[in-house]
Design a protein around this ligand. Structure first.
Ligand code: 1CP
Length: 332
């Protein structure tokens, strides 16, 4: 059975436009919050039965074309020996570039629970639903490691990239190799698609983005035998550089019209790009915006419908259902 999500990522025509939502397996869902009252975040990620259940909750509820594995971009770093907690975002000790380069390789055994989740989800998901594996892009992982957690502007990262670009390149190389291993493992376990999240790379200027973030992301994705999505929100100023990552698709945030973002990137496929805030509005309002977005790519195979970033946790589930229905009833 062909998967609409996979077909679209190859730029081939599909009978329906595939749709899924970033952060769909999370806090906007009452069934997620109910389960998380009993199970901590890290325990959920490292228990394949629980992680598979959380992955499948939104698929059952909405009939999404993609099931994104319940884990975090920081999960493989924990497996590489970086202690952290989640509150709700990751918190860890700030690391020097030399310490990051010394993290070495990822031992696949230590991320075996994620592989277990992937194979469970592949076995349990509806046959037309693609299983989406993912990793954090090296630059975004470097940002969390240098800073010791989330930050509005990741000033430490931006300073470190200038202080010692050579050491930054080495640290990125180590992270790229580890994420390549991690993604390979997910593909072997049954992932049909992979996505690389470069959430913070958009904070960089074009020079550093092109010289450091792009080659590291390309190395993480090189040679994987499934279609690949590269997503760097807030990075419209680098869309023309993103093609060199080598992914079949780029993710587009909501800041540019989807066709403009797609043309700038010049990739086979594009994913996005409704503003997540739209789903907080009333249904009449967002139906118009969904229609306008679909109209911009009508008749052009290769559009995977999604939001321009993760779903907001205050989003009413009925609006997500209405969004999926509007896509299904829209032009192919
Ligand atoms: O309390 C909770 O429920 C924990 C919140 C949470 C969840 C549900 C975190 C902590 N991570 C996750 C799951 C998660 N994270 C998924 C799988 C579920 C899905 O997508 O449906 C994925 C793909 C991620 C990826 C992720 N984690 C990104 C990249 C995506 C993006 O939105 O740009 C980033 C930047 C993170 C870091 C992170 N982990 C958690 C939080 C709250 C954050 C972001 C905020 C911060 O940096 O502090």
């Amino acid at each position: 059975m062909t998967l609409p999500l996979v077909e679209a990522l190859h730029g081939r025509p599909t009978s329906r436009r595939p749709v899924w939502v970033m952060r769909q397996a999370g806090r906007h869902l009452p069934e997620y919050r109910e389960l998380r009252e009993r199970v901590g975040f890290q325990e959920a990620v490292s228990t394949p039965e629980v992680a598979a259940e959380l992955t499948l909750q939104p698929v059952r509820r909405y009939g999404m074309d993609g099931a994104v594995i319940f884990a975090d971009i920081m999960t493989p770093l924990e497996a590489m020996g970086v202690p952290m907690t989640f509150d709700p975002g990751p918190r860890l000790r700030p690391h020097s570039l030399a310490e990051i380069a010394a993290l070495g390789e990822l031992d696949p055994e230590r991320v075996a629970p994620v592989a277990g989740t992937v194979s469970r989800v592949r076995a349990e998901a509806p046959s037309g639903t693609a299983v989406i594996g993912f990793a954090g892009a090296p630059m975004t992982l470097l940002a969390y490691l240098c800073e010791g957690g989330g930050s509005r502007d990741f000033m430490t990262l931006r300073a470190e990239l200038r202080r010692d670009p050579g050491a930054a390149g080495e640290a990125l190389g180590v992270l790229a190799r580890a994420m390549h291993t991690y993604l390979e493992l997910q593909v072997e376990a049954g992932a049909d698609v992979v996505q690389l999240f470069d959430t913070w790379a958009g904070l960089l200027d074009r020079d550093r983005y092109g010289a450091l973030a792009v080659p590291a992301a390309a190395d993480a994705l090189a040679g994987l035998p499934v279609p690949r999505i590269y997503f760097a929100p807030g990075a419209g100023h680098t869309l023309d550089l993103q093609k060199a990552v080598g992914a079949e698709a780029v993710g587009a945030d909501w800041r540019l019209p989807i066709d403009a973002a797609w043309d700038r990137a010049g990739t086979k496929a594009v994913q996005g790009n409704l503003d997540p805030a739209v789903l907080l509005a009333d249904e009449g309002t967002f139906r118009d915006e969904v229609g306008a977005m679909l109209g911009r790519t009508a008749g052009r195979p290769g559009h995977v419908v999604n939001l321009g970033h993760g779903i907001d946790r205050a989003t009413p589930p009925r609006n997500v259902a209405a969004f999926v229905e509007a896509v299904r009833n829209g032009p192919a």
